[in-house]
Design a binder for this molecule. Structure first.
Ligand code: ATP
Length: 309
């Protein structure tokens, strides 16, 4: 049995015996958080993703737009899947989520790490009738939407770190990765969202101070309900963005800006620029007040680091 078949079996809530698997597959499974006890491997998950449970919680308008919702046990990356599909089909209304991604991605090829059947990896294919120049603001708008979804769960102190991090109590709980499948108007986008629900890299082992997970802030959380809630809100936000651009999202975003008033260093530009975080402009670029003036950081190219945490 290969790794994919093993994930497929585990996603049905079944167990595997160590004897069924090669040593290399066993090792890989443990790297994705699968536990081995007395020769038996199981995911220990109390809830698996279920397309019918998710679909039942979608709003009427979202359901009308939706063309297909795929729930996979395992894939390389839900964003990559939709980008691949976009080469010969229209991805507007196509949604993918998976129990595990073997090559989960963040910005600029960075890795997004997540164990099996614990968290959310969601990609939404959607068309947006706005110019390419304006599309940059979608990443921030979706960040705000995800923060509001966490608010709806009664989680406190949900913040945003430009350009694409969702934080709880200053620790990273999720990330957004917006990718352009087709720039021609209406632009075709893949809206990717990763959220740590039951686990986050290193939190259990090392108490990683940079990452957190929802269950550290909430007694319980259904991943199916969370996925449905995210899909509803992402769909509504994109329709709003299409009508009004970034403007209706700006104030909400600014209220959650964790960099504002902090010493920040803009890396990715040469030389790095140091200054004080001064919020976003109308296009969603981040402003940094330096000794000589105000510098503008543009989405997708630069990273901001807080120097005084
Ligand atoms: P940073 O948070 O360091 O500014 P970034 O915003 O440039 O990173 P992203 O695309 O948001 O990068 O996410 C990738 C980075 O997030 C990885 O390099 C890793 O440090 C971190 N990371 C990966 N998986 C997780 C996770 N499940 N939870 C929290 N952080 C993660």
């Amino acid at each position: 049995m290969d790794l994919e078949e093993a994930f497929e079996t585990l996603a049905q809530g079944k167990q595997l015996t160590a004897m069924d698997l090669d040593r290399s597959v066993r090792t890989q499974l443990t790297e994705y958080g699968i536990q081995v006890r007395e020769g038996v491997l199981s995911s220990q998950s109390s809830e698996f993703l279920d397309a019918s449970v998710i679909a039942a919680q979608l709003h009427e308008s979202t359901r009308t737009w939706l063309k297909r919702l795929d729930v996979l046990s395992c894939t390389q990356s839900t964003n990559t899947d939709l980008l691949d599909l976009s080469r010969d089909s229209d991805i507007d209304g196509r949604i993918r989520t998976a129990e595990v991604q073997t090559s989960g991605r963040g910005r600029r090829g960075r890795q997004w790490i997540s164990p099996f059947a614990k968290n959310v990896a969601l990609s939404v294919g959607i068309a947006v009738d706005r110019s390419t120049a304006e599309i940059g603001g979608v990443s921030l708008a979706i960040g705000l939407v995800v923060a509001q979804v966490l608010d709806d769960l009664q989680i406190e102190d949900v913040g945003l770190k430009w350009p694409n991090d969702i934080l709880i109590d200053k620790r990273k709980v999720g990330g957004i990765l917006i990718e352009l499948a087709d720039a021609q108007r209406p632009a075709s986008l893949v809206v990717g969202v990763g959220i740590n629900v039951h686990d986050a890299p290193g939190v259990q082992v090392t108490g990683n101070y940079r990452a957190t997970r929802i269950v550290d802030h909430l007694a319980s959380c259904s991943r199916n309900s969370l996925v449905a809630h995210l899909i509803n809100k992402i769909y509504d936000a994109i329709r709003r963005f299409e009508d009004f651009g970034f403007d209706p999202f700006k104030e909400g975003w600014e209220r959650r800006d964790v960099l504002r008033g902090k010493s920040v260093v803009l890396t990715g530009s040469e030389p790095p620029i140091s200054g004080i975080g001064a919020g976003i402009d109308d296009e969603g670029a981040y402003l940094i007040k330096t000794a000589t003036g105000v510098e503008r950081a543009i989405g997708g190219e630069l990273s901001l680091r807080i120097t005084d945490r």
